[in-house]
Design a protein around this ligand. Structure first.
Ligand SMILES: NC(=O)c1ccc[n+]([C@@H]2O[C@H](COP(=O)([O-])OP(=O)(O)OC[C@H]3O[C@@H](n4cnc5c(N)ncnc54)[C@H](O)[C@@H]3O)[C@@H](O)[C@H]2O)c1
Length: 272
């Protein structure tokens, strides 16, 4: 469906050269938005952008090499995009990788430092994108300043023993989105997350893995993004992406009234 409100919107998409990022790039291209793809692989981003330019003539695409886990690089790239597009309206913090290394490997001698690169990309890199997104959305003059969407995972909702650091990173994204929403709402900024089940992309080390899985179509992830960016009232939502439809997942019930009241009191008093 075409939404006139999305035409010309300036969109940043991290990890946009492949998979879910690319699926969402195509959605915004179909809406005639202006799209900047940030990806650690400059070559993939460049080649994707050159084919998108012929597929969607008249749509603006930028491609930028950016490792989201590198604050200085990401800060510089956001500044370039802001300069080149004249503003930023929608930020999709999506870049991510699977588990790298094994946290539970046995060490023969001294304990080895864990490989936390997955956390650095999926959680810290994601928070860098959110921080930069907030900074640039605040520059928009209208009362409604724009939308931030983060890609978490259903491994941010359920336990996932094969990839504990991946699960940690995605639980972190869910917690950040839920907790940032209230203060950002006061400034007219939306923040929401996708929590996808299995979508066939290049994230798997071996795509044969998908032969054993019940897959969720890309269109379900895209429909949640479409809802977020066309409904400014939705914020702090976690859309679980499984099957043909997305489903909002609430935080767990409060154990008792005092817990709910105390947590509200931190907010009311303005300090933690
Ligand atoms: N595919 C799934 O089943 C699934 C399920 C749940 C969540 N996710 C999440 O979706 C997001 C996108 O993954 P995907 O499945 O589309 O994978 P993908 O590998 O197809 O695409 C990820 C893109 O991110 C880029 N990238 C990787 N590290 C980066 C970095 N440090 N900085 C910038 N770009 C980087 C890659 O080059 C690639 O283009 C990830 O956050 C992933 O955890 C995927």
């Amino acid at each position: 469906m075409a939404h006139s409100s999305l035409a010309g919107k300036r969109v940043i998409i991290t990890g946009g050269a492949s998979g879910i990022g690319l699926g969402v790039v195509r959605f915004f291209a179909s809406q005639k938005s202006q799209i900047s793809i940030l990806d650690i692989s400059a070559a993939s981003a460049e080649s994707v952008v050159s084919s998108l330019r012929s597929e969607y003539p008249g749509v603006t695409f930028l491609s930028k090499k950016c490792d989201v886990a590198d604050w200085d690089e990401q800060k510089r790239v956001f500044a370039e995009v802001y300069q080149e597009l004249g503003g930023i309206d929608i930020v999709f913090a999506n870049a991510g990788v699977t588990e790298l290394g094994s946290f539970v490997q046995k060490d023969e001698g001294e304990p080895t430092k864990p490989n936390l690169r997955t956390l650095e990309i999926n959680l810290i890199g994601n928070l860098y994108t959110v921080k930069l997104g907030i900074h640039y959305l605040r520059k928009n003059e209208a009362a409604y300043k724009g939308s931030i969407i983060c890609t978490a995972s259903n491994a941010g909702i359920y336990y996932f023993p094969i990839a504990p650091i991946y699960a940690t990173s995605k639980h972190g994204v869910v917690g950040a989105v839920r907790s940032l929403a209230k203060s950002l709402e006061l400034e007219g900024i939306q923040i929401n997350a996708l929590a996808p089940a299995v979508i066939a992309t290049n994230i798997a080390k071996d795509r044969a893995l998908f032969d054993n899985m019940i897959l969720t179509p890309m269109s379900t992830a895209v429909s949640a993004v479409e809802e977020f960016v066309t409904n400014p009232k939705v914020t702090g939502a976690i859309a679980e992406i499984s099957g043909e439809k997305f489903t909002y997942r609430e935080q767990p019930e409060y154990i008792d009234e005092s817990t709910e009241k105390n947590l509200d009191m931190f907010w009311t008093l303005g300090y933690a």
